[in-house]
Design a protein around this ligand. Structure first.
Ligand code: EZ4
Ligand code: CO
Length: 409
């Protein structure tokens, strides 16, 4: 079974997505997600100019060999553009293999280890009151674990707080990637943030009780000693995890955080290979692997990093924002269902426009996700619907300190 055609499809139903569609000589198709938020066309071009020509005539069953060929063969390894492109090929080949076998992907990689995947949703508010309403609304939709983000007095516009994002109307998705030629600029003040966040968790715990798993994302904005302080101050509120407390390039920085706090740590949504996790896993500096199938090279390396993590009792917490397409999300759901060391899955719910282009077989019930039992990944792309949503440039915001200094994301 050979790869006969490869097509790169760029579509923008609510937000931009890059999808690779492979077709075999006997007409089986597979989909892969190559979406790199804010740099979409770089991956689309990498695929169409440098990967598609290498795929034609290759054996569609040789997934591991194709992955190694694209990774080792490039000479310049790693990086988000390269790894998102490789991820799309890998996912599409697994999709094809599942369809040929007439089995959902999770059955090919060991079968289900659990009935469903505990998911967490994103509650946020500009005030403690609106935050509590958002938490309550998520509980009513069935969520059994909730990420908590709030506005911070002293910071004018803060990423990940829906009420502020939605104030900008159509130009923003729930988690903003503002459409336009340049990123929106937001501001940041670490001391104001550190003063405010423990009070927020005190309030939420008091109102919602000790049982509900609560999470928080610091979006890489703290230095190690600041992250250490935050983790320590949040200990009374028993967080499920503190995410991206400090930029991950400095893996040793997590040693300092770890020395000071027992708040569980999650990191890795921007990582693209196992090497980004090497120190973090072998020294047990984190508790959850945040990798996304799309940015980490696909299903193949995601399974491998989770097996590596398992030997250190570290679990999964894959990245699940709406810029990971339904195809990328499906890949993660299959891996999460199959591995023993699943932890939790982030889930943000794609928009109706996105769901009209990508038809998903997955389900969300009683706070748990399941990839469904359709063969392969279980996602079909409606190409006519996709063509109705042309690409528009869109960027995540950037943040600056009060004196204008660019801050970590
Ligand atoms: O900022 O998906 O945990 N989730 C996040 C996301 C990311 C965006 C980046 O594209 O941090 O909101
Ligand atoms: Co995050």
């Amino acid at each position: 079974m050979k790869i006969a055609a490869a097509e790169v499809i760029v579509t923008s139903p609510s937000r931009n997505f890059v999808t690779l569609k492979l077709t075999t000589d006997d007409g089986v198709t597979g989909l892969g997600d190559a979406t790199l938020n804010g740099r979409e066309l770089a991956v689309a071009t990498y695929l169409s100019e440098h990967v598609v020509p290498l795929l034609i005539e290759r054996d569609a069953h040789r997934i591991e060999d194709t992955w190694q060929y694209l990774y080792r063969g490039a000479y310049w390894r790693r990086g988000p553009v390269t790894m998102a492109a490789i991820a799309a090929v890998d996912m599409a080949l697994w999709d094809i293999k599942g369809k040929v076998a007439a089995l959902p992907l999770y059955q090919l990689i060991g079968g289900a280890s659990r009935a469903g995947l505990l998911a967490y949703g994103h509650a946020s508010g500009t005030t403690l009151e609106s935050l509590a309403e958002s938490v309550q609304a998520h509980l009513e939709r069935g969520y059994r674990a909730i990420r908590v983000q709030t506005a911070v007095p002293g910071i004018n516009a803060l990423y990940g707080v829906a009420a502020q994002a939605q104030a900008s109307g159509e130009r923003y998705d729930y988690e903003p990637a503002g459409r336009g030629a340049r990123p929106v600029e937001e501001d940041w003040d670490t001391r104001a943030y550190l003063r405010h966040v423990p009070k927020v968790f005190e309030h939420v715990r008091r109102q919602f009780g000790p049982e509900l798993p609560l999470l928080h994302d610091a979006h890489h904005r703290l230095r190690p000693i600041e992250a250490a302080r935050l983790g320590k101050e949040l200990e009374p509120y028993d967080l499920f995890w503190l995410e991206d407390c400090t930029p991950g390039e400095n893996q040793q920085g997590l040693r300092l955080v770890r020395q000071h706090t027992t708040t569980p740590l999650a990191i890795g949504e921007v990582f693209n290979t196992v090497y980004d996790f090497q120190t973090l896993i072998t020294e047990q500096l984190i508790d959850y692997v945040r990798a996304a199938a799309t940015h980490f090279g696909g299903v193949t390396p995601l399974r491998k990093v989770m097996d590596f993590a398992a030997t250190y009792q570290i679990r999964s917490g894959f990245h699940g924002p709406t810029d990971v397409s339904p195809v990328g999300l499906a890949a993660q759901l299959h891996v999460g269902l199959a591995i023993h060391n699943f932890g939790i899955q982030e889930y943000m719910e794609h928009s109706q426009a996105t769901n009209s282009v990508f038809r998903q077989s997955m389900s969300f019930e009683d706070g748990h996700l399941h990839p469904g039992d359709a063969p392969g990944l279980g996602v079909e792309l409606d190409e006519a619907a996709a063509a109705g949503h042309p690409y528009e440039p869109a960027y995540l915001p950037v943040s600056r300190l009060k004196d204008g200094t660019m801050h970590d994301w």
